[in-house]
Design a protein around this ligand. Structure first.
Ligand SMILES: [Zn+2]
Length: 522
């Protein structure tokens, strides 16, 4: 066993997985992520695939083994309730209890409800250039991928019931079976119950007579094969069935699925194989620390993040300790962008042996495609600049930035993109919260003094510039803290702002004097 020496979490995960494969396996080591196509892909889908990809890449780097990421869509799942954000509510209500792959597409674009959602998932993953193999559950069942596993489940049906039943309420235990036959007459899946098992020839007998909520039944009785898509298994069993049939080596899941993962792990062991390695991650929270609910759709979307900040800064944010709950709201954007840019600009200076522990290495395809960034300009600085000069003229802002950091032309693509996004962020989130304060006469005198001291200073050294407000504070027997607060409230309409020295360097002495003139009323 080789200890990799890398400490970033994807390497820790990869090392665990590596211990399972002392010899190179004869098939690719498979990673899986699951998608429920009752709704659109969202930021949770994105985060799970990104995190799995990071572990996969670390594993490839450590072992050189071939790997595969299966993005599995559970499109045989039945529709339990009608999502409120979809059209054709009445048609969908009529189809409650049917597998998603047998329900018409409410948008009328694809052959089924799930075909539409699967298309959205593929477009979504392609857009962010993930490397994955899509697998539809319906196709897998129909093609017979699961037949061996289904036979194993039927052989062990009593053992499986003994594991699952104690986790259910008493009423639900009565009719429970791992198998959900799809009624041959009405195509519903949640209206049927198994009446007899025939493991000797892999068939079951069922009746379609369960009615729950709005799910109807038709009374049909039949005996069918468990093979080739005529029957689905309940989802915890389904999870185990996928692991079993595709020899999944690694899968991660949200904290809300810990108990389900344990049960699925027990089931796959009963079937005769090992559950995959994996880790559970904490969920995203909203600004107040509440779980972001998929159905309410509250919280940030990826598109929204991308209109205010680079996508890579979102990946950077998602990368940080997956076991720590993350708040996802507008307030986290500026710090994420700045942390990302700091790491990006330091990456080149890292010892190559240490680079794989940098978030940047993971973000950019095992360090192969890291963009060059050597400027000290970041998102906060741009926002501060916009606070001082307004968000109307991008050329003007770029002009100021060039004066502040002459090397910025070398990174103009990154910086121009940042400026455009910062302008949107400023207009939508900063400007509406600004409260400019009119200074009283005593404060005007302080600002006037600050102006005069600055006017009398000849150099352009940031530390020397920064010392000016401190000496003015001393002259007026005021604390620097109070002086800065007043300065920011009057000039920026906010309680905090850039360092005075940085601010003067950024806008130039002339502009700074103008702003102080206006503020002090002189
Ligand atoms: Zn029926």
């Amino acid at each position: 066993m080789t200890i990799s020496g890398y400490n970033s979490w994807p390497f820790k995960e990869a090392q665990k997985l590596r211990n399972r494969f002392p010899e190179p396996p004869h098939i690719p080591v498979r990673f899986e992520t699951g998608f429920g196509p009752s709704g659109m892909p969202h930021i949770g889908t994105f985060a799970e695939i990104a995190r799995t990809t990071w572990v996969r890449h670390a594993f490839e780097f450590l072992t050189q083994y071939p790997t595969q990421l299966i993005a599995f869509s559970d499109d045989m799942d039945g529709l339990r309730k009608v999502p409120l954000n979809l059209p054709q509510q009445e048609m969908l209500t009529q189809n409650l209890g049917r597998p998603l792959c047998y329900i018409p597409d409410p948008f009328g674009e694809c052959e089924s409800y799930s075909a539409f959602m699967n298309k959205k998932l593929n477009e979504f993953l392609d857009r962010y250039q993930f490397d994955y193999t899509f697998q539809s559950s319906h196709e897998a069942y129909t093609r017979g991928d699961f037949n061996d596993g289904l036979a194993a489940i039927l052989q062990k049906v009593e053992e499986i019931k003994a594991i699952i039943l104690p986790t259910m309420s008493r009423e639900k235990r009565v009719n429970w079976s791992p198998f959900f036959p799809i009624c041959e007459k009405c195509a519903r899946i949640y209206s049927t119950r198994v009446t007899t098992y025939y493991p000797e020839n892999n068939t079951i007998e069922y009746i379609c007579d369960r009615e729950e909520g709005l799910v109807k039944s038709c009374g049909h009785k039949g005996r069918i094969s468990i093979f080739n898509g005529k029957v689905k298994v309940g989802w915890k069993i389904d999870w185990a069935l996928r692991w079993y049939s595709y020899d999944i080596g690694y899968e991660m899941y949200g904290k809300d699925l810990i108990e389900s993962a344990k049960l699925s792990g027990k089931i796959v062991r009963i079937m005769g194989k090992q559950p995959p390695m994996g880790l559970f991650y904490e969920l995203f929270l909203d600004e107040e620390g509440r779980k972001i609910s998929k159905s309410i759709g509250k919280g940030l979307t990826i598109d929204a993040w991308m209109s205010y900040a680079p996508l890579d800064s979102l990946l950077f944010y998602i990368f940080q300790n997956p076991k720590q709950a993350k708040r996802l709201f507008w307030g986290v954007v500026p710090k994420s962008v700045d942390d990302y840019l700091t790491d990006l600009s330091h990456y080149d200076r890292l010892d190559p042996g240490k680079q794989p522990d940098s978030t940047i290495w993971h973000l950019f395809n095992k360090g192969a495609m890291v963009p060059d960034y050597g400027s000290s300009i970041n998102f906060s600085l741009i926002n501060n600049l916009i606070s001082a000069v307004g968000a109307d003229d991008i050329d003007l802002i770029l002009e100021y930035l060039k004066r502040y950091d002459s090397s910025m032309e070398d990174f103009i693509d990154i910086i121009e993109d940042l400026v455009k996004k910062a302008m949107s962020y400023y207009r939508d989130f900063i400007l509406p919260n600004k409260k400019y304060r009119t200074p009283n006469n005593a404060e005007k005198r302080i600002l006037k003094q600050l102006r005069d001291e600055l006017a009398g200073y000849e150099g352009n050294d940031e530390d020397e510039l920064q010392s000016i407000p401190f000496s003015v504070a001393r002259m007026f027997n005021e604390t620097p803290k109070n002086l800065f607060k007043m300065f920011y409230e009057v000039l920026f309409g906010q309680e905090r702002g850039p360092r005075f020295g940085t601010f003067v360097q950024l806008v130039g002495k002339e502009k700074a004097l103008n702003l102080l003139d206006t503020a002090s009323g002189s």
